[in-house]
Design a protein around this ligand. Structure first.
Ligand code: BG6
Length: 513
């Protein structure tokens, strides 16, 4: 495919003086990611001098106690210690405001607190780390006291995942918040977009000449996008049993990974340019035919089994249904919620016509790995019915790019073997930036390219919704796979052709079962 335009990158590194208002400040996300992330950004000099952080919580906590609590968050996160001067600077930026749900005037009081310009810069970014049912009411309450109006200053609102629980509720949420906010004020999170490895997909594809010419249906047999975890659902049984793998991972992180893998060259690297290209490809994905669902989607649940821990030890873990029963006073629940989900998708555009995209996610599989694996078509010369080429982009834990090619086995015979060109996308000395740190910085910079546009969220729901509904309605027992095993054999039903199979690892030989 020929390139007709050549986007340039214009970074938006400036940050206006602003106040970050963290709703749900005593919740897990704020304690483990947001506050430590802001501290790290401060330590490396990326926060503007005037920035203030106003944490908002339900409890009445005085400022000294809140600042002492922040210290416990940082102590827990940075076990090796941290710089005392950086800590002093950071702690002085932090304030607390109690917003008890019983107080009808809570938001007027919040407005009064924020109106003190001697403390709080008047550009406000609200981070809603609250229950999804509270997203719309919080926006409405902010709007009712005039805190969403942009006149002299900007107002931005971050909405955590999930943006709705299906297409209808996503539209409803959108309707409710756009009564008060413009699209440019809304920052919808998918934390995978804050990962450097995901941002690299677009760059690696388009800043190299050699990849683009083969990135299409002329050369590619199929694409596999995989996210597997060895972890189970843990304590989150209530959340998970109303969510499932399709909504939890595929509707969001995996479809975003697919969009970056399949999108066309954006007209530029501006937020609008990147998001327009992603929206376009997401909207070109063919709806899944629900009348033939079993050929296009497969679900399963983990049963008890043995999991290998990172330190090499093995642990016997309970199955999903046992965990659900454990948290349901020991009573069995006939849940059909999937912990493994695989789907076959087609993209109706000239680049991808006829190329299946197999996407899958699972909890409690044999390894934790996120990758894009691309299998190329058969080579013109067949010597020993050799393997087809693979190109693999490792997202996590290894950030790498690998290419498997054929090479002659030295010696007297004409035979080839597969060798792997293997390069690290991350070097040991590179910065490790948490996805939330990157996203917080983008928020303050007013750069929403790594946040979802509403049309991305809606396209993603439109695609998975019919499958979620069909699966929920089908009460037949769900296929079980032992924890620690690789893909259930039965999942093969979604492959288009006999010679397609799951690649189960990024290592050489990872295509052999
Ligand atoms: C979350 C899901 O969005 O992403 C979790 O709710 C999942 O179920 C997590 O474990 C995975 O994120 P990461 O960054 O650890 O790959």
């Amino acid at each position: 495919m020929t390139q007709t335009n050549s986007p340039t990158h214009s970074p938006t590194n400036t940050i206006d003086p602003c106040t970050l208002v963290l709703f749900g400040a005593s919740g897990n996300l704020a304690r483990v990611k947001l506050i430590p992330g802001l501290f790290r950004l401060d330590s490396i000099g990326r926060l503007p001098a005037e920035l203030k952080i106003l944490s908002v919580g339900r409890q009445l906590v005085d400022l000294d106690a809140w600042r002492a609590d922040i210290k416990t968050m940082l102590d827990a996160k940075f076990k090796k210690g941290y710089d005392a001067a950086a800590f002093e600077r950071f702690i002085a930026r932090n304030f607390y405001h109690a917003n008890p749900p019983t107080d009808a005037d809570a938001f007027t009081k919040l407005k009064n607190t924020l109106s003190d310009e001697t403390i709080f810069p008047q550009n406000f970014a609200y981070f809603l780390s609250v229950r999804p049912v509270d997203f719309a009411p919080v926006v409405e309450s902010l709007a009712n006291v005039g805190l969403t109006q942009e006149e002299q200053y900007w107002r931005r609102v971050v909405i955590e995942k999930p943006f709705g629980t299906d297409l209808a509720s996503a539209k409803e949420l959108q309707g409710a918040i756009t009564k008060h906010l413009k699209e440019s004020q809304i920052y919808r999170i998918d934390h995978y977009l804050g990962k450097s490895a995901l941002q690299n997909i677009l760059l690696q594809r388009f800043t190299n000449t050699i990849l683009e010419p083969i990135w299409n249906n002329q050369y590619i047999d199929h694409v596999q996008i995989t996210n597997t975890e060895t972890l189970g659902v843990g304590e989150r049984t209530t959340f998970y049993d109303t969510t499932g793998a399709l909504r939890d991972m595929i509707q969001s992180h995996i479809l975003q990974t697919l969009a970056l893998t399949a999108m066309e060259l954006p007209k530029d690297l501006s937020p609008d340019g990147v998001r327009a290209a992603k929206i376009k490809v997401l909207e070109q994905i063919r709806p899944i035919p629900v009348n033939e669902l079993s050929k296009h989607a497969f679900r399963a649940q983990y049963a008890a089994g043995d999991i290998k821990n990172a330190d090499g030890t093995t642990e016997t873990v309970p199955g999903y249904l046992e965990e659900i029963a454990r948290d349901n006073n020991g009573e069995k629940v006939a849940s059909v919620v999937e912990t493994y989900a695989a789907m076959k998708l087609f993209i109706d555009n000239p680049r991808w016509q006829g190329v299946p995209f197999y996407i899958r996610t699972a909890k409690r599989l044999h390894e934790a790995d996120t990758r894009i694996a691309i299998r190329f078509k058969k080579a013109p010369l067949q010597v020993n019915n050799q393997d087809q080429n693979w190109l693999i982009i490792g997202i996590q834990p290894r950030e790498c790019i690998k290419m498997e090619i054929q090479s002659k086995i030295p010696g007297l015979d004409i035979k080839t073997r597969t060798i792997q060109l293997d390069a690290a996308n991350r070097l040991p000395e590179d910065d490790t930036v948490d996805a939330y740190e990157a996203l917080l910085l983008n928020l303050m910079q007013g750069d929403n390219s790594n946040y979802l546009h509403i049309n991305e969220a809606l396209a993603q729901w439109r695609l998975v919704d019919p499958v979620v509904k069909a699966w929920a309605a089908d009460k037949n027992p769900v296929y079980q796979y032992p924890a620690g095993s690789s893909d259930p054999k039965a999942s093969k039903v979604i492959f288009e052709s006999e010679d397609q199979f799951w690649r189960y690892s990024i290592e050489l030989g990872g295509d052999k079962h």
